[in-house]
Design a protein around this ligand. Sequence first.
Ligand code: ZN
Length: 287
Amino acid sequence: MKLIPCNSCGSNDFNFLYSKSSHLNEFFEIVKCKSCNLVQVNPQPSFEEVAKYYTNDYFTKRTDRGYDNYYSSEIRKEIERVFQLNLSDLNFFKWEKTLKIKKTLDIGSAAGYFVAYMKYKNWDSYGIEISDEPVKFSVETLKQIVFKEDFLKWDIEQKNKFQLITLWASIEHLHHPKETLRKIYSHLEPNGRVIISTCRYGFLARLRGIKWRFLNVPEHLYYYSKKNLVSLCEELGYKVIQQISYGSGLTAKKNANFIYKLTKLFCDRLVKFTNQGDMIAIMLEKI
Ligand SMILES: [Zn+2]
């Protein structure tokens, strides 16, 4: 692990926030950039050092992440419900209707659910993912086209162009988010769009402190505020079309009692209404 310059602004000055243990009992430091305020794990574990956190158990045995088995039909249904809701809130369907050619790439496509979802909606749909098992599941079980590659090393001639590129809860896992967003830009058709969803370092994150539900070290390397994400994208030449936030931090629990369900419903509506959710989704256009 080594201390690296801030990925967004290049500064080397950080304020210490927390030291947090992973489920493998390794400690990681979470710091905030003094220059641009981006919260991040730094010193940063290398690609090889985080690889052991992405074994097959990551997708099948992590009940603390809210799912027992990522490949189950219940989880697929729930994930598709969230896609549908996010796309609707982002006014995506309205834009989709204006398109003549529809080609899309999902980066960090996991089990391939979004690739399949878009294929079903008649898009020419592709995914790219580095983990073995999810790629195998996407290709063999879902019969989707998913490249098992690191996006930053893929198609270096940048011949493939898309109308839409998506990063669903994957930017926070990347070692080089800025470089990835820059490369995405070169793979978009003119006026092509990118959708990014990620956990948001905002009011709820500060309120919950070290107990915030998304401080999953070391898998989550970057914790953007809405401002962090918007300024980074604007710097790279994107224009913000729509942004939303959701999620109160009360996760859906099996066998939850009526009071919990009611509280969750109320809190989820409240944070969405006040735009204080700890998840953000943003749709941007290449200009
Ligand atoms: Zn910075």
